[in-house]
Design a protein around this ligand. Structure first.
Ligand code: ZN
Length: 127
């Protein structure tokens, strides 16, 4: 999954995007170590902010949606050990985005209308 994420230029990937039912996500932010989370869930959201978001499953487009300023996430690591993560900024956004995926939710579900989508600029990140 990490190879697929990096080869497609994304910073996160959910197993459901590869057609599997597993509740697994991987996150790989630039300059940070890759992380895999098994059965992750957001346990707390704090604050609200507008972000531009894109998705590898909807290539070529981004939309502006509301995400939390910070989140607390729990899950298990590759060894089955329970972990908790407190995240803000891009990591919080990536966690919310990928956890949405395994719950069958896409970022476009947070848009009021598909008219709010716009073509992506080359330097923009996809999740
Ligand atoms: Zn996505």
């Amino acid at each position: 999954m990490m190879e697929t994420m990096h080869s497609t230029g994304g910073v996160g990937l959910a197993a459901s995007q590869l057609g599997t039912p597993w509740r697994v996500i991987v996150i790989g932010l630039p300059g940070e170590e890759d992380m895999a989370l098994i059965n992750p869930a957001v346990v707390r959201r704090t604050g609200e902010r507008l972000v531009n978001e894109g998705c590898l499953s909807i290539p070529g487009y981004v939309g502006q949606i509301k995400r939390a300023e910070s989140v607390r996430v729990k899950g298990r690591d590759q060894n089955g050990k329970e972990i908790r993560i407190k995240a803000s900024e891009l990591l919080a956004q990536a966690l919310e985005h990928e956890i949405d995926h395994i719950n069958g939710v896409l970022y476009i579900d947070h848009l009021e209308s598909m008219d709010e989508l716009r073509k992506i600029e080359p330097e923009e990140t996809q999740l």
